[in-house]
Design a protein around this ligand. Structure first.
Ligand code: 13P
Length: 251
């Protein structure tokens, strides 16, 4: 049985004060139910959120990292720095990073390796654009992204990673993939993992859906057999709403 994992990607939202307010309100209304919940604030709020999450079951994640240990890389954050501030998870390869900041599949692979070398669990984002979808290339695109992300990574480490299937056309648009369609593509992703490694590893990796998930539709995604959770953007900014999402929509 895979433990469900629901993660909040706040993107470039919330000051330190706003992040603290969120944590207090969220922790007051969220009732843990055995699933894993991860908050991924911007770098500037990681420390404050880490303090408020101490002693709770909610984990901390970052939204990106750089693969080098340290050095003259102005503006970048090293894996060890994320561990130091209390992160367990790190989002890697979000389509906004790929699209706006030119991150390539090879960069994503380097970042995944760097995270794993520091015991940080990567949440590896991938998904097709609308153009690719309409050209019937979804399978080809996501398969290539998966293969590249896991290049040179042992099965034992791969098993602990998380994948977020986020079709680009569904992000921030209010137009989510249907649960059945998301389940189908996630099944394909799991099959690719089985092809690279084996069935056991494929059965252990957790795969989330992301793209316009909210408190009204989360339960339908969680009902799908291949979907192990969600990576939530806009709807994760509201503490009461995210407390519902974090329980998979069960009240
Ligand atoms: P939305 O939930 O705002 O569509 O964003 C999804 C996402 O990009 C999460 O990483």
């Amino acid at each position: 049985m895979r433990t469900p994992i629901i993660a909040a990607n706040w993107k470039m939202h919330k000051t330190v004060a706003e992040a603290k307010d969120f944590c207090r309100a969220f922790l007051a209304s969220y009732e843990p139910d055995g699933g894993e919940v991860v908050l991924c604030p911007p770098f500037t709020a990681l420390g404050a959120v880490a303090e408020l999450l101490q002693g709770t079951e909610v984990k901390l994640g970052a939204q990106d990292l750089f693969w080098e240990e340290k050095g003259a890389y102005t503006g970048e954050i090293a894996p060890g720095m994320l561990v130091d501030v209390g992160c367990h998870y790190v989002i890697i390869g979000h389509s906004e990073r790929r699209g706006y900041f030119g991150e390539t599949d090879a960069d994503v692979n380097r970042k995944v390796r760097a995270a794993l070398a520091h015991d940080l669990k990567p949440i590896i984002c991938l998904g097709e654009s609308l153009e690719q979808r309409e050209a019937g290339q979804t399978e080809k695109v996501v398969t290539a992204q998966v293969r590249s992300a896991y290049e040179g990574i042992d099965a034992s480490l791969a098993a602990g990673t998380v994948i977020a299937y986020e079709p680009i056309w569904a992000i921030g648009t209010g137009r989510n993939a249907t649960p059945e369609e998301a389940n189908r593509v996630i099944g394909l992703i799991r099959q690719t993992i089985a092809d690279i490694y084996d069935e056991e590893t494929a059965g252990q990796i957790r795969i989330q859906y992301g793209g316009s998930v909210n408190k009204e539709n989360i339960a339908q995604f969680m009902e799908q057999p291949e979907i192990d959770g969600a990576l939530v953007g806009g709807a994760s900014l509201d503490p009461a709403g995210f407390a519902v999402i974090a329980r998979g929509g069960r009240s």
